[in-house]
Design a protein around this ligand. Structure first.
Ligand SMILES: [Zn+2]
Length: 230
């Protein structure tokens, strides 16, 4: 049998390029983030202009698609997103990044996260106030914990640290970075009487983490209320 020429060999190779994972474009990411924002609003987790959402477009150099500040989350559209660099400087889009963009960037740096989502639900506000003295809340024994990355059993004990709130984002991002460094196993944290921050390798994982943690915080509060009423 005749050996194939080099050109023929090249042509018969399986096409790998289409199978490779391409980095998401800014437009596609903004569309996905807007859809997530509207669905979180419908759940009551980001009322009014609260909360903010981001996802990486590029890791080297860091480019993050993030919500512009002061927008009604129930009407979020792809045009409401900005692209910022590692210093929170705008490289694309109109508007102003939220001051909390510094926290998103701190999480991306510390965790290598591909997406960061921040909600202001009733549950996270109440729970982070009630447990502030303990420095965090333990979530343990729930089947839903298995929705968190790497958790295999309901017996897992998830520690959700509570970080004191501040309006000084430079100072707060320093404390957040320290918390992430000291507690490498956490999947999220609470800002006291403010809200939840969680993240994921990609947007799907970050969204799942919000759903799981919001569910569990609601369960903890409702279980406590129920125990008090009986
Ligand atoms: Zn916030």
């Amino acid at each position: 049998m005749k050996k194939k020429s080099k050109t023929q060999q090249k042509n018969t190779r399986p096409k790998r390029k289409s199978q490779e994972r391409q980095p998401p474009t800014f437009a596609a990411t903004a569309r996905d983030l807007a859809e997530i924002g509207r669905s979180f609003y419908a759940k009551g987790w980001v009322m009014g202009t609260s909360g903010n959402f981001s996802a990486l477009i590029s890791r080297e150099p860091v480019r993050l698609a993030i919500t512009s500040t002061g927008l009604d989350k129930g009407k979020l559209a792809p045009a409401h997103f900005l692209e910022i660099d590692a210093h929170s400087k705008i490289v694309r889009g109109n508007g102003r990044p939220s001051a909390e963009a510094l926290l998103h960037l701190a999480i991306v740096r510390a965790r290598g996260a591909g997406a960061v989502l921040h909600t202001h639900s009733v549950w996270s506000t109440v729970l982070s106030g009630a447990h502030a003295g303990e420095g965090g809340v333990a979530l343990e024994g729930y089947e839903m914990l298995k929705g968190l990355d790497g958790v295999k059993t309901h017996q897992h004990r998830e520690w959700l640290p509570i970080v004191e709130n501040s309006q000084d984002m430079e100072e707060l991002s320093g404390r957040v970075s320290k918390t992430l460094e000291e507690q490498p196993r956490i999947h999220g944290f609470l800002l006291r009487e403010h809200g939840l921050y969680t993240w994921g390798r990609d947007l799907q994982e970050a969204r799942r983490h919000v759903e799981i943690l919001e569910f569990l915080m609601e369960v903890v509060i409702r279980a406590h209320e129920f125990a008090g009423a009986t």
